[in-house]
Design a protein around this ligand. Structure first.
Ligand SMILES: O=c1[nH]cnc2c1ncn2[C@@H]1O[C@H](COP(=O)(O)OP(=O)(O)O)[C@@H](O)[C@H]1O
Ligand SMILES: [Ca+2]
Length: 495
């Protein structure tokens, strides 16, 4: 031993060579890992954009979406960069001056020009989809409806973006694309596991959509939509109830309580102390209200609140008709609906109303109790408690909350047990829940039918593995040098 140590001390090469090998080894490992990291690092992130206008019955919103240019086909990659709410009512309200419908969009479109980088303007697709308000206008007056669409088209064509069309989307599309949006944002589509059903409440229509494995889906072709996404097949049940959005449902409920000629209507769906003069024509001015429509509606009446939630629900129940069910099972109005399969995400007005009423996490019984309490609160007190809230919304929350309760339980047949499968949501990962994102993903072919190939390891995993293997090789190398060295030096000594 002592002899060997002496030999090492005598040999000036020994420590210098080991140090050199160690330095070279570490340098080689650092160089290898750095090269691996740099080589695999995504190039400077480039983004692409898409714009969708949601022309709803009550208002229009402009959504700007953004995604990394190289990752178009990955789930969860597209996100909402900006939303601009158009001032004024929905485009269907411009039937008396259609040219103003297009003009109303200009401010938001100018804003969009600032949010999308100039060099991307020309390649950014721009879509407008109109929903139930325009469906109703087309039923009332096709000519005016075309003029409104022509007016928005003219303004959208004048923007620097790549205009792809303005059209009325069908109720099935509205439901199915809402479903795609929430499942895409949840990153559920690629996993192929369970999905979330979509409940959308608008002003003029409401949609229910969920994946079902029911054999009986063949019962109603108009309620069936199939998709193949990322290699998984989905059979969706979807239905859009025109005239059952919360604004039209309110008109229906009021019309059903009003008797033309009467000077007042005592309404259990409005808080006590609420009193507003209305014209009968404002109640009947909708193709949704057919029955009982009088020839002469030029009378006015005083709309008086009575604040009684259970009476309000009775009144609401009467707007759901039960003409008999020609299928194995129905929701309401004779519409086919297979057994509901949760979980569900409820958005748009479902969220606005339930969030305001602080009812996003209560049981069905708790919700009923809170509704009783809210409706029986006097109107002046409600106004005092919520000074910043738009008075129209505030006055309608008693009706809206009860309508949601009734629609979900009497209509869609949610029970105390299944109520808890509903989550009231506004956004998922920063993007609004709604049909617009699904619509754009579909039209830009951003959700492939088959799952794209991906490298077996993620980038971080690849670099870690590389580092680990290099270290192992280096340590083995050091050990072998260490164990060989004495023999070499001894041989040198012998020679
Ligand atoms: O803050 C809010 N509180 C209550 N309701 C709201 C709020 N913001 C929007 N809403 C309501 O949400 C609904 C949105 O409907 P939309 O305009 O999308 O109609 P559509 O989908 O039937 O065409 C309208 O009834 C509107 O009044
Ligand atoms: Ca809507």
């Amino acid at each position: 031993m002592a002899e060997q140590r002496e030999m090492k001390e005598k040999n000036p090469w020994h420590s210098a060579v080991v140090i050199l090998i160690t330095v070279l080894g570490i340098t080689a490992i650092v160089a290898l890992v750095t090269t691996a990291v740099l080589q695999n690092k995504p190039l400077l992130q480039k983004y692409k954009y898409g714009i969708v206008l949601d022309a709803g019955s009550s208002h229009t919103a402009v959504y700007i979406y953004e995604w990394p240019a190289e990752k178009e086909n990955d789930t969860g990659r597209v996100h909402q960069k900006h939303i601009c709410k158009v001032l004024g009512p929905g485009i269907s309200s411009y039937s008396h001056s259609p040219e103003l419908a297009g003009e109303s969009l200009r401010t938001c479109m100018k804003q969009a020009e600032r949010f999308v980088p100039i060099r991307r303007h020309r390649e950014t697709p721009l879509y407008l989809g109109a929903t139930a308000g325009m469906r109703l206008l087309s039923m009332e007056n096709q000519n005016v409806c075309d003029q409104v669409l022509g007016s928005v088209e003219k303004v959208l064509r004048s923007t620097p973006f790549s205009y792809q069309g303005a059209r009325i989307i069908s109720g099935q599309e509205e439901g199915a694309f809402g479903w795609i949006t929430i499942n895409y944002l949840d990153d559920r589509l690629k996993q192929g596991s369970g999905t979330t059903g979509a409940l959308d409440l608008g002003g003029a229509s409401t949609q229910i959509t969920f994946a079902t494995n029911q054999e009986g889906m063949g019962e109603s072709a108009e309620n069936t939509v199939t998709f193949r996404l990322y290699g998984n097949d989905y059979i969706l049940y979807t239905h859009s109830f025109l005239c059952y959005g919360k604004d039209q449902a309110l008109k229906k409920t009021l019309a059903q309580q009003a008797q033309v000629g009467n000077s007042s209507v005592l309404d259990p769906c409005f808080n006590e102390g609420y009193s507003v003069d209305r014209n009968y024509s404002s109640v009947y001015s909708s193709p949704c209200i057919m029955a009982g429509k009088p020839l002469e509606t030029g009378y006015s009446f005083t709309h008086i609140g009575k604040g009684d939630a259970s009476q309000c629900q009775q009144a609401i129940r009467r707007i759901f008709t039960n003409p008999g069910c020609n299928f194995s099972r129905c929701s309401f109005n004779g519409v086919y609906q297979p057994p509901i399969q949760g979980p569900f995400g409820a958005f748009s007005a479902f969220y606005f109303v339930m969030n305001f009423l602080n009812l996003t996490s209560d049981s069905l019984e708790g919700t009923r109790e809170k509704m009783e309490r809210y409706c029986s609160t006097p109107w002046h007190q409600i106004k005092q408690q919520h000074p910043g809230v738009k008075e129209k919304y505030l006055a309608e929350y008693c009706f809206s909350g009860n309508y949601i309760l009734s629609l979900l339980t009497d209509g869609y047949k949610f029970t105390s047990e299944t109520w808890s499968t509903i989550t009231f949501i506004k956004k998922i990962s920063g993007s609004d829940a709604g049909w617009t994102l699904g619509y754009m993903l579909n039209l830009t072919n951003m959700i492939p039918a088959e799952a794209p190939d991906s490298p077996p390891l993620p980038h971080a995993g690849y670099v870690t593995l590389l580092l680990f293997i290099s270290l192992v090789i280096f340590v083995i190398f050091l050990f072998s040098v260490k164990s060989l060295w004495p023999r070499c030096t001894t041989q040198t000594q012998i020679i």
